[in-house]
Design a protein around this ligand. Sequence first.
Ligand code: NAD
Length: 485
Amino acid sequence: MTLKCQPSASHFINGAYVEDTQGAPIECVFPATGEIVARLHSATPAIVEQAIAAAKAAQKDWARRSGTERGRVLRKAADIMRERNRALSELETYDTGKPLQETLYADATSGADALEYFGGLAGSITGEHIPLGEDWVYTKRIPLGVCVGIGAWNYPTQIACWKAAPALACGNAMIFKPSEMTPLCALKVAEILIEAGAPAGLFNVVQGYGDVGGALVTDPRVDKVSLTGSATTGKKVYAAAAAGMKHVTMELGGKSPMIIFDDADLEDAVSGAMLGNFYSTGQVCSNGTRVFVQKGIKDAFLKRFTERAALIKLGDPLDEDTQMGPMISGAQRDLVMGFVEKGKSEGARLICGGNIVEGDGSFIAPTAFADVTGDMTIAREEIFGPVMSVLDFETEDEVVARANDTDLGLAAGVFTNDIKRAHRVTDRLEAGTCFINTYNDAPVEAPFGGVKGSGVGRENSKAAIEHYSQLKTVYVKMGPVESPY
Ligand code: NAD
């Protein structure tokens, strides 16, 4: 029987699908039903070797092309992605379990935005001229070489494109290893780039578990590693990359605060809290999972939040009316339920959800706790599921100190109608991205990344160019060389 989403082979190397059945099996499961939709194999050392050799061979010639020429390929790929949005969104839904209501708007479209944006920038990646009297220096912004991208499972198309687009725009080649949980979508990105005119070998996809990621990171021919994953994996990958003096971008986890002041617009604050906790079934790195609510608005907030949460339509992610899908896997569901039990046993007050939804898929009802205190496990550890914690506060100084009391610093949100307070508070929050009266918007034009334990480097925006290129300085002497010898 042919499986619903079976690709012609596991890996995409040098412009074509490649298989090596010696690799450990990877089963791709549709999280809503438990159905196996594809069977793939993890990369063997021979596959890793092919991918690195192909990327190394393709990179030099690609870097010699003009930026405009490189950009044209990326912009064409963006157009193809948009034309195929429906099919790509359905695949993303099978791969991740996220509802079509999300994937039709947030995945291939976000990937296409990145390809279009960096395609447009590619022709403007330049150095500068530095006059020194008669002499002068000029700088060139040159590629790093072969970049490795390693993805998490929550946004497989978006992560592949957010890494590939700036890397290729700058003249690099890339080998992308998707998460073993979601191996399918990046293969489509590779196909589309070839159709758009990218040379064979420029963007390769190898499947695999952490060991394959490790083999890529430690190979001396690899110049840069960009990881999206947990803080724990980030520390390992960063250390391995450091041993080879490689460039890194680390997009890691968060435990981000959302602060709702008494004067906030109630409906907006509730919308922000719901989006920042339940979108993608809570499996979003920048989620505002610690919701600090000022005493005066607390009762109204909790009442409105529970009313609206009760209306969330959970179910078949392929039904466009469905608003929330399953967790990525049974294992992730059980992990999240462990946190829910901890919340209960440590004294937090469950105000909605908290239960598994029975059936074949790995569904959890949207869950929120009130009366959470900063020392509870649910307020300290990243849960990566639809579990919101509401903490009370009284003063601005107090809430800023408590919001910053974490090793992580990916994002933060403030809801208030006091314009001065909004800016004053965001100024003091230790986070890579702050939101004022909104939550989790991530347009390609804006830098995205964390401070503290949430990572290093930035994705998206002009800032990403600096993380996929380096400067070469050329000193030009116009007069005679003065020498004491
Ligand atoms: P994970 O850390 O378990 O895995 C991430 C990737 O790293 C996978 O592809 C995995 O195979 C690979 N990997 C694991 N060990 C490795 C090793 N030793 N060497 C090289 N590669 C290795 O993360 P996950 O469970 O897939 O994703 C969830 C995590 O990702 C959460 O913590 C979430 O916050 C984070 N995340 C961050 C962002 C961001 O942009 N900051 C976005 C999405 C997800």
